[in-house]
Design a binder for this molecule. Structure first.
Ligand code: GDP
Length: 443
């Protein structure tokens, strides 16, 4: 149905919380997986030592991408609820899950956070070093405003209402402190393995005290975020491949429209670079379309360009309004729960922006901000939990000698100019240390 709203979903949560099992179960119960696929998945799951549905999700999505001969970045699966068309953004089986998640979360409208409700397990995931906190921060700082929290494995605590409430009481204030509004957080008890409260609440024990939505109901009610149609076109490319489908051939790219509109026949510029291509065909969620708007996931078939000029991280723009390429900028950052040393001038970091990451250095600590006001200029160090303005400068990945090496540039805009293009994440030694918005471009 064309009247349905399109939503992109990312699933996050501590390892073993039951994400794969839950999504496999959901797809199966909705009817997106056949009985045969389910059996194959069960066999595959046993082989890798996972529970029954665990294999379904990842395998399905990867198979799809493999057939097209793609560089795998973010695989997607589709499913529908009565009022919504869902794109499930998926980063299965990645060892270093976070970078893949970052590019997924940058494309997502809503997050489903899965937590393990069984004794001690929720606590382990929620502690420092557990992934529950980091994932919540990440998705919020990447622009996701709505979060659904599934408290899973409730069968292991005999559907205890007290246990459920205890977890909600711990998570809700935390999610609010991470920037979600209380009205945009929905909680529900689940048992992914047995399939309880996913489509229906058919457990007598649960019915006694739980009257809230099932996962399916909650997904069907997710609000479609307002999207910036007026800003110039920006499509961060997340995949490049040689397209060969029934409707088109040539170079194809996929990604999500951050802003603007694209139509068949439009000329687009691939930044970085001066190459211009013509959009021949547009697919929105695998259906052919004459145009696409901000918020949609698209595959574009392009002519007039060689694939060597396109890569993951390329931004497609209107020819007249390309995104600027930047080496140095000011950013207002929120510093996370630092595990390592505080941030000082000269701290080397990795800069994440959409699908790319580049080495950078924090070259200046400019100020510390509290409740919108500058409370300190030129701080010497920055501790966890602070909001601060810093200057970031890209550095060459493979040379210590800055003079001889070519300094890379990144397509970037201020957050005021374009919200999605002006959002970054900063990592150090594999830990996400801050999220930021770009406030000024310095060159
Ligand atoms: P992921 O790492 O978050 O994707 O977690 P998996 O889906 O692989 O699940 C981790 C383990 O928890 C597997 O052994 C599952 O069988 C098990 N599991 C998942 N959901 C439930 C549940 O509702 N109840 C119980 N008892 N076990 C579950």
């Amino acid at each position: 149905e064309s009247g349905k709203k399109n939503i992109s979903l990312i699933v996050v949560g501590h390892v073993d919380a039951g994400k794969s099992t839950l999504m496999g179960r959901l797809l199966y119960d909705i009817g997106e997986l056949t009985e045969k696929e389910k059996t194959a998945n069960e066999r595959g799951s046993k082989k890798i030592g996972k529970g029954s549905f665990a294999f379904a999700w990842g395998l399905d999505a990867l198979g799809d991408e493999r057939d097209r001969g793609v560089t795998i970045d973010i695989a997607t699966t589709h499913f529908t609820t009565p009022h919504r068309n869902y794109t499930l953004l998926d980063a299965p089986g990645h060892r270093d899950f976070i970078p893949a998640m970052i590019s997924g979360a940058a494309q997502a409208d809503v997050a489903l956070m899965v937590v393990d409700g069984s004794p001690g397990e929720f606590e382990a995931g929620f502690e420092r070093g557990g992934q529950t906190r980091e994932h919540a921060w990440l998705v919020r700082s990447l622009g996701v405003k709505e979060i659904i929290v599934g408290i899973n494995k409730m069968d292991l605590v005999s559907w205890s209402e007290d246990r459920y409430e205890e977890i909600v009481e711990a998570l809700k204030p935390f999610l609010v402190s991470a920037g979600f509004s209380a009205a945009k957080t929905t909680f529900m008890p689940l048992a992914a393995m047995e399939g309880i409260n996913i489509i229906e609440n058919d457990s007598e024990e649960l019915k006694e005290w739980y009257k809230g939505p099932t996962l399916f109901n909650a997904l069907d009610k997710v609000e479609v975020p307002t999207r910036p149609y007026d800003s110039p076109l920006r499509i961060p490319v997340s995949n490049v491949f040689k397209g060969q489908t029934a409707i088109a051939s040539g170079v194809a790219v996929s990604g999500r429209l951050c802003s603007g509109i694209v139509q068949v026949g439009d000329r687009v510029r691939a930044v970085p670079g001066d190459e211009v291509a013509t959009v021949r065909t547009i697919e929105v969620d695998e259906d052919s379309s004459s145009y696409a708007v901000s918020g949609q996931n698209v595959t574009l078939y392009l002519s007039g360009i060689d694939s060597i000029h396109l890569s993951i991280g390329t931004i497609l723009c209107p020819t007249s309004l390309p995104v600027p390429l930047i080496t140095k900028f000011k950013t207002q950052i929120l510093i996370f729960d630092l595990q390592g040393s505080p941030i000082i001038t000269g701290t080397p970091v990795e800069l994440f922006h959409h699908s790319i990451n580049l080495p950078a250095t924090i070259t200046k600590l400019i100020n510390v901000i509290d409740k919108g006001k500058v409370i300190k200029e030129n701080p010497r160090v920055l501790q966890k939990g602070l909001t601060a303005t810093v200057e970031l400068t890209l550095r060459s990945p493979n040379s210590n000698n800055q003079n001889n090496a070519q300094i890379p540039k990144i397509p970037l805009e201020t957050s005021q100019e374009n919200k999605e293009m002006g959002r970054i994440l900063i990592r150090r030694n594999g830990e996400t240390i801050a999220a930021g918005i770009v406030t000024e471009l310095l060159g």
